[in-house]
Design a protein around this ligand. Structure first.
Ligand SMILES: *[C@@H]1O[C@H](CO)[C@@H](O)[C@H](O)[C@H]1NC(C)=O
Ligand SMILES: *[C@@H]1O[C@H](CO)[C@@H](O)[C@H](O)[C@H]1NC(C)=O
Ligand SMILES: *[C@@H]1O[C@H](CO)[C@@H](O)[C@H](O)[C@H]1NC(C)=O
Ligand SMILES: *[C@@H]1O[C@H](CO)[C@@H](O)[C@H](O)[C@H]1NC(C)=O
Ligand SMILES: *[C@@H]1O[C@H](CO)[C@@H](O)[C@H](O)[C@H]1NC(C)=O
Ligand SMILES: *[C@@H]1O[C@H](CO)[C@@H](O)[C@H](O)[C@H]1NC(C)=O
Ligand SMILES: *[C@@H]1O[C@H](CO)[C@@H](O)[C@H](O)[C@H]1NC(C)=O
Ligand SMILES: *[C@@H]1O[C@H](CO)[C@@H](O)[C@H](O)[C@H]1NC(C)=O
Ligand SMILES: *[C@@H]1O[C@H](CO)[C@@H](O)[C@H](O)[C@H]1NC(C)=O
Length: 356
């Protein structure tokens, strides 16, 4: 299959975004497979100058929830690009700097990090990092006009007072999420019913200062559960790592480096068949890692190109029509301008992963 949706809806997308490239023709895709490993990047939504799309989660109905870091907001976006973004939740920008990791526990129950204010070392300097619950089951829009008929129910779960910079989030069970503290280099276990939290995994390979002269103070960043292991990126060290964990999130045994050639690795995602896609925000690159490979390979973007400027995270579609589509948030290279000066509007972009 060469296209994700009908040509009609793609045409609407390109009108809206003005930047959507049509998926490559199947024959071209086949020849591209044998000739090169790069993949076309398509823009679905483009936000304004100075924006930063940080993370995303996909609802069972296919709609995409996107968190912004430049301002504390969570938006809903349509995977066909047919509707303007809808603000699902927003917080006072004097209270929170922005939103980061977002994850679903039971159907339509989402949790998101709202961040206090950090300095350039990612040390919390004012405010507090919190986790909020977003219950999407109460949310409804008009199918014809897109008007909000009923809001999501948004409530604070907990202030994580011992944290500096909460970043990636993943779901451990129906009532437990895991949340990475990128500055402190540990992962919290948070009970989504009681708000109780504690450090579940605190590993040397999560620390930014486990190497001399780290390029940034971001250690553990993206976190995912896969094959009974907790996987994580360490941004400063440029690695993907893992340790076996028990069902309650407690580590079992020693950690290991999976690959060490993913500089500035941010969030990442596994496809059903174990292939990992790793967003390298400040390299403006997306890499693929096959389960048998001992290194990751860049498939899109470069640090002199705006194609994937500041790519921060990826999630797969959840509809039969887009389960092979990897949606990507980009931060417009706000974290590290390209060539030292170039930033672009943040986006929700996508790639077709059929051939990976
Ligand atoms: C590699 O494949 C991509 C995606 O099909 C295409 O856009 C690009 O032009 C190809 N590059 C080369 C050097 O063939
Ligand atoms: C946001 O917070 C600031 C500082 O606490 C407060 O002065 C302001 O009134 C708040 N704004 C809104 C819209 O609640
Ligand atoms: C951030 O704040 C911490 C704690 O006050 C301080 O040690 C560090 O030097 C600050 N970093 C920057 C870049 O200001
Ligand atoms: C949804 O929430 C917004 C912001 O608080 C409010 O303006 C709007 O009236 C609400 N809509 C409905 C249908 O309750
Ligand atoms: C988790 O929630 C789902 C959906 O609500 C339910 O079907 C499942 O039984 C729950 N699992 C456990 C272990 O409680
Ligand atoms: C994390 O581990 C370090 C040693 O690597 C230790 O000094 C620190 O106290 C631990 N912190 C927590 C919260 O477990
Ligand atoms: C987690 O489970 C392990 C056994 O798998 C047990 O030893 C440990 O005490 C449990 N920890 C927590 C915090 O429940
Ligand atoms: C970055 O610099 C390189 C080398 O001068 C140039 O080829 C490239 O187009 C520049 N990229 C951007 C986004 O300006
Ligand atoms: C791009 O990354 C390479 C390392 O892969 C580095 O040597 C080079 O300086 C970077 N270029 C820019 C413009 O950031």
């Amino acid at each position: 299959m060469a296209s994700i949706f009908s040509l009609a809806s793609l045409a609407i997308c390109s009108l809206l975004s003005g930047a959507l490239a049509l998926p490559s023709h199947q024959a071209r895709a086949l020849s591209a497979r044998s000739q090169n490993s790069s993949v076309d990047v398509n823009v679905l939504y483009s936000f304004g100058d100075g924006t930063w799309a940080e993370n995303l989660a996909v609802r069972a109905n296919g709609q995409i929830l996107l968190s912004r870091l430049d301002t504390p907001e969570v938006l809903q976006l349509d995977p066909r690009g047919i509707r303007d973004p809808i603000t699902i939740a927003s917080w006072n920008a004097s209270t929170y700097m922005g939103c980061l990791g977002i994850s679903e526990t039971t159907p339509d129950m989402f949790y998101v990090v709202t961040s206090g204010f950090v300095n350039d070392s990612f040390v919390l300097t004012s405010g507090v990092n919190s986790i909020w619950e977003i219950d999407m089951s109460t949310f409804a829009i008009s199918n014809t006009t897109g008007q909000v008929l009923s809001n999501a129910t948004v409530s604070k779960l907990v202030d994580v007072r011992t944290s500096d910079f909460l970043n990636g989030m993943t779901t451990l069970s129906n009532n437990t999420i895991l949340v990475a503290d990128a500055y402190n280099g540990w992962v919290y276990r948070v009970n989504t019913h009681t708000g109780a939290y504690s450090v579940a995994v605190n590993d040397t390979k999560m620390k930014f200062d486990s190497i001399p002269n780290p390029p940034t103070n971001l250690g553990v960043n993206g976190i995912k559960l896969h094959d009974e292991h907790l996987y994580w990126t360490n941004t400063a060290v440029g690695t993907l790592n893992r340790v076996r964990i028990s069902s309650n999130g407690t580590r079992v045994g020693t950690s290991e480096v999976v690959v060490d050639n993913v500089p500035k690795a941010d969030d990442f995602i596994f496809k059903n068949d174990n292939v990992a896609f790793i967003a390298q925000n400040q390299m403006d690159e997306l890499s693929v890692l096959y389960p048998w490979a001992n290194e990751a390979k860049v498939i899109a973007g470069s640090n002199i190109s705006t194609t994937l400027a500041g790519v921060s995270a990826g999630k797969f579609g959840r509809l039969p029509s887009d389960s092979h589509i990897l949606y990507l948030t980009t931060s417009g290279a706000e974290g590290l301008p390209i060539n030292g000066t170039v930033t672009v509007p943040a986006t929700l972009s996508w790639i077709d992963t059929s051939r990976f």
